[in-house]
Design a protein around this ligand. Structure first.
Ligand SMILES: [Zn+2]
Length: 329
């Protein structure tokens, strides 16, 4: 990743959003995770207008009554280690970013509900700072948020997930939730919007993988987490959440995620031991750190555009199904 990234250049690249003072976004945005990026295809929409938690009850009521507001996105993420260089909030922040970008493009039809900031991450507990929910806690939380939205009359709800550990849990739960709630409901991870061949046209590590140039299993398997892909997204949207860490600094820290674990942490990690034996964690962690050095904000902008388009398409189809009284999917 780049050693320095000019915040002013970043703001200038945002077009309409940059016309408002950056300080106002910094102080007024939601705790931790809101994005200050605008992206409506038809004129300027203040980015906070699509965030449910920034609205008043009057604004939500009137938008629902008028029929303008039809759908809600529920972002789900995690608070977990993202190697040495990305803030722990990365997955919650990126899920919220993609949700907000999609809602802006579909304004005023879509709102973004308050995100779930902690996910299912026991296998990251060996790294300091990671928080994890139990599976049942995570699913109960997400269901309760969705049910609250249905109580207010939202007939179309899409969970946009930013963390791999939540993915299978959400996919498994959605059919049952649909039956219970009787609304147009779905869950996607923003990474589902990416095709490896497409990413290989502008991400070095993906091209090297497709060309068979990555020599170790560790280098071939780190892609989705904290490496070139995710680091680029954070550099583009949240430069304050990226630190520059060299491989020399990484090696000097002498990290060992296969043996240096207190008993309490081992309890979290034990069910994942078999996986770590076939694909040891130390080389994989280092490969991610190495691939993160390929990240740039420009790559991140392309990734954000691709992932947002995927979510917009999905939501448009869902809203059409609800309007037509068709079952989903
Ligand atoms: Zn992540």
């Amino acid at each position: 990743m780049q050693a320095r990234f000019s915040r002013r250049r970043f703001l200038q690249s945002l077009g309409a959003a940059a016309s408002a003072p950056a300080a106002a976004y910094d102080s007024r945005s939601a705790p931790l995770i809101s994005s200050s990026m605008a992206g409506s295809s038809s004129g300027f929409v203040h980015p906070q207008k699509v965030l449910l938690w920034e609205r008043t009850r009057k604004e939500v009521r009137e938008a629902l009554q008028s029929g303008d507001l039809k759908a809600a996105i529920v972002p789900t993420g995690s608070t977990e280690q993202h190697n040495e260089h990305l803030a722990l909030i990365t997955d919650a922040a990126t899920a919220t970013l993609f949700a907000q970008q999609a809602a802006l493009r579909l304004y005023p039809r879509v709102t973004v509900s308050t995100p779930c900031p902690v996910g299912y991450s026991p296998y990251h507990m060996a790294r300091k700072g990671t928080l994890t929910l139990r599976k049942e806690t995570f699913l109960a939380y997400v269901f309760d948020v969705i049910e609250s939205l249905t109580a207010h009359g939202f007939g179309t709800i899409l969970v946009v997930n930013g963390h791999g550990g939540n993915h299978g849990l959400l996919k498994g739960a959605v059919p049952e939730w649909r039956r219970k709630l009787g609304v147009t409901l779905d869950a996607v991870s923003y990474g589902e919007g990416y095709k490896e061949e497409e990413l290989a046209t502008f991400l070095t590590s993906y091209r090297q993988k497709l060309d068979g140039e990555l020599d170790t299993l560790a280098r071939q398997t780190g892609h989705s987490h904290a490496s070139e892909n995710e680091t680029s997204i954070v550099m583009a949207a949240y430069p304050d959440r990226v630190r520059f860490v060299t491989l020399e600094e990484y090696d000097r820290a002498g990290l060992n995620y296969e043996s240096d674990m207190p008993p309490k942490v081992w309890e979290y990690m034990e069910p994942f031991d078999a996986q770590r034996t076939t694909n040891p964690e130390n080389p994989r962690d280092r490969a991610r750190q190495e691939q993160a050095l390929l990240a740039t904000p420009e790559k991140g902008e392309r990734l954000i555009a691709l992932g947002t388009r995927y979510i917009v398409d999905r939501l448009q189809q869902m809203i059409q199904a609800t309007d037509a009284g068709r079952p989903w999917p």
